[in-house]
Write a protein that binds this ligand. Structure first.
Ligand SMILES: [Zn+2]
Length: 449
């Protein structure tokens, strides 16, 4: 019984720690990045495969080593990287090969000059293209635009690891060791990990490696700002990979869509990339043995639920709202931060809150979102998205009347159609491809807060 009580106390304590909610007064003044430049010194073999006919003793030794390595790996990735990251040599355990770890060397850098010095260079001109991509990520972290996100962040300290993979990374990720995957950009919350591996071969691509690294830093930071719970069981389907136009789930699509929206407002090139991704959807097979097998889905044939489960439709909804609403970016940020403790939220949570906080914008919000989802919402889905207020009910009636050729409502005339006054031109063509023409956007969504 005593043990039982202790367990309950422990759970309550953990819940109290977890649920401790910083209020607005605790908003962070500035994004305090601890930035580390990291090089791969050596690939270390930490365990050997044993042949099938090995002795029981050898198999037992291998198993014992695997268990110890798993413990060390978990400690390194969950504790060291997030809470006790320091300078000097350390082991970075491979995600893709349990027999391998990377001996890495980390140096803390606070200025570009310190970064160049850590890279063994004296100026930007001397950097390899991969190092220029890391410099780009460094600059994103130090930018005024990043700084302006501080008010919307509840994390005071973020660590950014910039891994220079040198000659270890290759263009493809099907090699062993798979350096690209082992150092793939990600955010654990407190720590963002970036490396040159994904970008160093993209000098002449669109987006270029440096631009991609810059906007991805915002993408990962947006994840660090977000408390929404990821699905734990195969969040991205069987192959564990996710694509902007893939149909996954509403919640995962919102998590990624929020991060991609943060890229879109930083880069016109990325905005176009994500807009293009709405043209055709991709669905991964759920059948056993068909991991990574995708089929195309025409958005015109998709259900509303399927569109809602696509990242591209999430980020573009937020982006269009940010353009169509006066002070749109600040309003979206407010809706995002004020629903932070809805851990299971998705796009509907944000849109509903947006209407609640800005009832005068109801028509613009409804029209923007409804167009994005190709008018596919039925009545139930419509109210799940927008909530039931006098304004949303009025919009719904007008929408239904308009669908019926204006015959069911006296008020429904062509003059009643909602017009969006905006510099952005949002249209849905007959092919249901979304075209958004927007002006270059250099300001920050958080400046208006
Ligand atoms: Zn992401």
């Amino acid at each position: 019984m005593k043990k039982y009580c202790k367990s309950i106390l422990f759970v309550l304590l953990m819940l109290a720690v977890f649920c401790f909610q910083p209020n607005k007064a605790m908003a962070v003044d500035e994004v305090d990045f601890g930035i580390y430049y990291q090089t791969i010194e050596e690939v270390v073999t930490i365990n050997e495969d044993v042949p099938a006919d090995a002795s029981l003793w050898d198999k037992a030794k291998h198993l014992g080593k695997s268990i110890i390595n798993w413990g060390k790996k978990t400690w390194e990735s969950e504790i060291t990287r997030n809470f006790t990251l320091g300078e000097g040599e350390s082991l970075w355990y491979s995600k893709t090969d349990s027999n391998i770890a990377y001996k890495v060397k980390r140096t803390k850098v606070t200025t570009e000059e310190e970064l160049f010095k850590a890279m063994g260079k004296s100026s930007e001109d001397e950097l390899t293209y991969g190092q220029k991509c890391l410099l780009s990520s460094f600059r994103a972290a130090k930018s005024a635009s990043m700084e302006s996100r501080a008010d919307a962040s509840y994390r005071k300290n973020i660590k950014l690891i910039l891994t220079d993979t040198g000659d270890y990374a290759t263009r493809r990720n099907d090699t062993n060791p798979d350096v690209r995957t082992d150092f793939w950009p990600c955010s654990s919350g407190p720590t963002i990990s970036m490396s040159d591996a994904k970008y160093k071969y993209s000098e002449n691509s669109t987006p270029s490696g440096t631009e991609d690294a810059y906007t991805t830093t915002f993408h990962e930071y947006a994840h660090s700002m977000d408390r929404t719970f990821s699905l734990q069981l195969k969040p991205y389907g069987q192959d564990g990979k996710h694509y902007t136009n893939e149909v996954t789930t509403a919640r995962m699509a919102f998590i990624e869509g929020w991060a991609e929206y943060n890229e879109m407002i930083e880069s016109e090139v990325m905005a176009k990339e994500y807009q293009n991704a709405t043209a055709s959807l991709s669905v991964e097979s759920k059948k056993k043995g068909e991991s990574g097998e995708y089929s195309d889905l025409d958005p015109a044939e998709a259900t509303f639920e399927q569109l809602l489960a696509a990242e591209a439709y999430n980020c573009n909804t937020l982006f269009s709202l940010s353009k169509n609403l006066n002070d749109g970016k600040a309003k979206i940020t407010k809706a995002f931060t004020s629903t932070r403790w809805n851990l299971f939220r998705d796009l509907k949570t944000i849109v509903k809150k947006l209407i609640k906080q800005n009832p005068e914008d109801t028509e613009i919000i409804c029209k923007t979102v409804d167009e994005m989802f190709l008018g596919k919402m039925n009545e139930k889905e419509f109210y799940q998205m927008f909530g039931k207020t006098d304004e949303t009910k009025a919009y719904f009636e007008k929408r239904e009347a308009s669908k019926n050729g204006g015959e069911t409502s006296e008020e429904s005339t062509s003059d009643d159609k909602v017009e969006i006054e905006s510099t952005t031109d949002v249209t849905v063509s007959t092919e249901n491809k979304l075209t958004v023409e927007s002006e270059s956007e250099n300001d920050s969504p958080f400046d208006d807060n």
